[in-house]
Design a protein around this ligand. Structure first.
Ligand code: NAD
Length: 342
C-alpha cells in the first residue's frame, strides 16, 4: 500500500457518492466545481500512481447506473463523457491561461500528424444527454445516457417535449437515425417552475439542470408534460439508408433540415487552432449571462469525421473532443432534494 492509497480511496468514495446524488437522484449536495476539483485530484493521483487506478474508479466511468424503475436500453453506440480543460482567467499570459487547451490541440495534432486542425465549436449545455431513435422517420425510442452502456427508456416522457420532432421533416427519411442532444430547461421556464413550486408549497429545484433531469425521469409522463423542457441536438450516432455528412458542422446543418433544434449559427462557428478556440471561449463567456439557457462551458470537436475516427476514444471520452469549462459561476448554496424524485 502506498502513502497515497488512503486519499485515493477517500476520493473514490466521495466521488461515487456525489455521482450517485447527481446522476441517479438528481439531487447534488456539492457544487460542480467541488466535484470537478476532487475528480481531477483523483485523476492526477492515478496518473502518477497507475497501481491505484482500479477498473471501478469513478475516473473510468460515465454517469450513473440507470434506475431500475425504468426499462433499460443498451446503447448501440456507447454514450460517453467528455474530457475537460480549464483555463485560469486570472493569468495574464494567454499561453499560461489556456495551457490545458494548448495541450489538447497538441495531442490532436500529434495524433493526426497535422500542422493545424479545424474544430467545430458549441456551447456545453447544462442539461442531460438523450438518445433519440428514428425508424423510417418516426421517433420510436428515447433513452437517457445512464452509465453510458445502458440508459433508461423514457420515450413517453420525451414525446411530451415539443422541441423534439416526433416525425422527421423531408420526403425520404433515413431508415434509421440516432440523434443525440441535450434536454434542458430554459432559465425563464426554470424560474416559472420554481415560482409555481413555491406557490404550491412544494420544494424548489436547485438549478435548471436538476429541474430538467427530475422532470424527464418521471415515471408519470403527465408530470413531464407539465414541465417546459427544451432540446438541442448536437450529434448523430447512427445512420442507415442516407448519406451521413462528413463533418460535425455538416451534421448540424442536416439535423436542422430534418427538424431538430440546433443552437444558432453564431454560437457554433468552425475555427482553426488554439487562437480560434480561445477567441470563441472568451466570446461565449461574455455572452453567457444573456443566453436563454445555462451553459457550463463550451465544447470543441474535431470537425472532419474521418479525423475523429482516426483519433478514436480513451476509456470514457473521445480523443477528438473536449469540454472547455467556465469558472464556477456560483456555488451551490441551497441544496434541496427534488420533491418528485424518481
Ligand atoms: P460532462 O457533463 O462533463 O460532459 C459530457 C456531457 O456533456 C454529455 O453527456 C452531454 O450531456 C453534455 N453536453 C452538453 N453540450 C454538449 C455538446 N455540445 N456536445 C456534446 N456533449 C454535450 O460529463 P459528465 O461526465 O456527465 O459530467 C461531469 C460533470 O457533471 C462534472 O464536470 C460536474 O460538473 C458534474 N457533476 C457534478 C456532481 C455534483 O455532485 N455536483 C456530480 C457528478 C457530476
Amino acid at each position: 500500500m502506498t502513502a497515497y492509497e488512503p486519499r485515493a480511496a477517500e476520493l473514490r468514495e466521495l466521488l461515487n457518492r456525489y455521482g450517485r446524488e447527481y446522476y441517479v437522484l438528481d439531487a447534488p449536495t456539492v457544487p460542480d466545481a467541488e466535484y470537478d476539483r476532487l475528480f481531477r485530484e483523483l485523476q492526477a493521483l492515478e496518473e502518477a500512481h497507475p497501481e491505484l487506478a482500479g477498473a471501478d474508479s469513478p475516473t473510468r466511468r460515465v454517469g450513473g447506473a440507470p434506475l431500475a424503475e425504468f426499462d433499460s436500453v443498451t446503447h448501440a453506440v456507447p454514450m460517453l463523457s467528455l474530457s475537460n480543460a480549464f483555463s485560469d482567467m486570472q493569468l495574464a499570459d494567454p499561453a499560461e491561461r489556456h495551457a490545458e487547451l494548448i495541450q489538447f490541440d497538441e495531442r490532436v495534432r500529434k495524433g493526426l500528424d497535422a500542422a493545424e486542425v479545424e474544430y467545430a465549436t458549441e456551447p456545453k449545455f447544462d442539461g442531460l444527454a438523450i438518445s433519440l431513435l428514428y425508424e423510417n422517420g418516426v421517433l420510436t425510442r428515447a433513452a437517457t445516457r445512464g452509465d453510458g452502456v445502458a440508459g433508461e427508456q423514457v420515450t413517453e416522457n420525451v414525446r411530451t417535449i415539443r422541441a423534439i420532432p416526433l416525425r422527421l421533416d423531408g420526403a425520404n427519411p433515413p431508415a434509421l437515425l440516432e440523434v443525440r442532444g441535450e434536454v434542458l430547461m430554459l432559465k425563464r421556464d426554470f424560474e416559472r417552475l420554481n415560482a409555481d413550486q413555491v406557490a404550491r408549497g412544494d420544494k424548489t429545484f436547485a438549478n435548471p439542470r436538476n429541474a430538467a433531469a427530475g422532470s424527464l425521469r418521471q415515471l408519470d409522463s403527465r408530470i413531464t408534460a407539465q414541465r417546459r423542457l427544451s432540446f438541442f441536438a448536437y450529434a448523430i450516432a447512427q445512420v442507415e439508408g442516407a448519406d451521413w455528412p462528413d463533418s460535425h458542422a455538416g451534421e448540424m446543418v442536416w439535423l436542422k433540415q430534418l427538424g431538430f433544434p440546433v443552437v444558432e449559427e453564431s454560437l457554433r462557428p468552425v475555427v482553426k487552432g488554439v487562437a480560434g478556440l480561445s477567441a470563441y471561449y472568451e466570446g461565449v463567456q461574455a455572452r453567457r449571462a444573456g443566453l436563454p439557457f445555462e451553459i457550463d462551458g463550451v465544447v470543441y470537436k474535431v470537425n472532419r469525421r474521418v479525423l475523429q475516427d482516426a483519433l478514436g476514444f480513451v476509456s470514457r471520452a473521445p480523443r477528438w473532443a473536449i469540454a472547455h469549462k467556465f469558472p464556477a459561476e456560483e456555488a451551490l448554496t441551497v441544496v434541496e432534494a427534488i420533491e418528485e424524485q424518481v
